[in-house]
Design a binder for this molecule. Structure first.
Ligand SMILES: C[S@@+](CC[C@H](N)C(=O)[O-])C[C@H]1O[C@@H](n2cnc3c(N)ncnc32)[C@H](O)[C@@H]1O
Length: 380
């Protein structure tokens, strides 16, 4: 892994052009990401967040009913001669990105309906394995001024590992749960567009970057799929949102951006961040080995489960009866919740806490909830 100190030691080697900027825990390279990625050591990055050009193909300016022009995305960096041209570009940068990903790394790619389906197909064709498609639901979307279709209120984030058989990757389930008020976080994230004081403006008071992403979005991406110290990379860093949030969350970062103007904006933004002011954001996943074990038998003794109670699989296709020693029994056999779960799944192992459900008020609730309840009641 290319650590922060390695980045610092290799300052000379890793400075590729005179416009590159290097600061406390970050560096932003000025250039085409496909070229720059080729210079970065193989398998050195733990997490990639990519917000590539949308390929909007805007044919004409868009006006509001009061005839003021909508400040949309009509930048040169978003122009491609054809869909084939865009697909080739997508294929090339994704391949270059995959090379720098460590064996336990994951990648997030965000896009709108204009590009995300093309990007998703190319990712699958290259062998990436999709873990989730997260919907960013914008609570304050731009209206559809002409009223000819629905207000477009979402963007999709594809979260993927390098391949189907990649065994390890980071997912900080407990951190996300904590961020979501104690409930499992779903793949729909309600976050407003980047407005107000967070939006960087130029000297004329206009948006400094047309597609600056909200920091809350990056906070979830980085907190969910990396740990402090992991190297985060953004091949289309724009106004530097990813590197800014990575700095706040104590992750070293590398940004790549082809427009020098945005590099300067990012440099000022990042240098103004004092890491010490953001310690409260750095929620960490509890070390599983330190979490006290709880057995089915303990849950029976605590009256949280009952002998002869029936538990079910998710779709109620299978059920089992709880026995007095905490084991379970059904047509498949008798044993622990894990063993019987594995036999049903025909898999080498199974986490029974996440596989079995109990019934409460006509709803199925994950067995793990009982374990959590026991832990919280006993101050564990
Ligand atoms: C959608 S914007 C990213 C915005 C960024 N997430 C933010 O919050 O500011 C895409 C950025 O990629 C840059 N870009 C486009 N093509 C590029 C390429 N081939 N290599 C590097 N940067 C590129 C554009 O200049 C633009 O700033």
């Amino acid at each position: 892994m290319l650590s922060d100190s390695m980045l610092a030691q290799n300052t000379k080697k890793l400075r590729f052009s005179k416009n590159d900027v290097i600061g406390d825990g970050f560096r932003i390279y000025n250039g085409d990401c496909i070229d720059v990625l080729q210079k970065i050591p193989e398998k050195s990055v733990k997490l990639i967040f990519a917000d590539p050009p949308y390929n909007l193909q805007l044919k004409q300016d868009l006006y509001r009913p009061n005839l003021t022009r909508v400040d949309g995305v009509n930048d040169n960096w978003d122009k491609f001669s054809s869909n084939d041209d865009y697909d080739k570009f997508t294929n090339d940068w994704l391949q270059a990105a995959r090379r720098v990903m460590a064996d336990d790394a994951t990648i997030w790619v965000i896009g709108s309906y204009h590009n995300i389906f093309r990007v998703g197909k190319i990712m699958m064709d290259l062998g990436f394995w999709v873990l989730n498609d997260v919907q960013w639901y914008k609570t304050n979307p731009m209206p559809n001024f002409r009223g000819v279709r629905f207000t477009n209120a979402t963007e999709t984030l594809i979260w993927a590992k390098k391949s189907e058989n990649q065994k390890k990757y980071t997912f900080n389930h407990q951190v996300m749960k904590q961020l979501n008020g104690g409930k499992q976080m779903t793949s729909v994230w309600q976050i407003p567009l980047c407005t107000g004081h967070e939006r960087i403006k130029n000297k004329q008071g206009k948006k400094a970057h047309s597609t600056q992403k909200p920091e809350e979005l990056l906070k979830r991406v980085i907190l969910s799929s990396s740990s402090e110290g992991d190297l985060v990379l953004d091949p289309f860093s724009g106004s530097g949102t990813t590197c800014a949030v990575a700095k706040k969350l104590n992750r070293p970062s590398v940004g790549i951006e082809k427009e020098n103007e945005y590099i300067k904006i990012s440099q000022t933004r990042l240098n103004n961040i004092n890491k010490n002011n953001y310690q409260h954001l750095r929620i960490t996943e509890p070390d599983k080995k330190l979490i006290p074990r709880v057995s089915m038998e303990q849950l029976l003794l605590a009256n949280l489960l009952q002998e002869s109670q029936v538990i079910y699989t998710k779709n109620k296709k299978h059920s089992a009866v709880i026995l007095s020693d905490g084991s379970i029994k059904n047509g498949v056999g008798r044993g622990s919740i894990h063993k019987i779960g594995a036999l049903i799944k025909e898999a080498p192992s199974c986490n029974g806490w996440m596989f079995w459900f109990y019934e409460s008020n006509n709803e199925l609730v994950l067995l793990d909830e009982k374990r959590q309840l026991y832990r919280s009641r006993h101050g564990l």
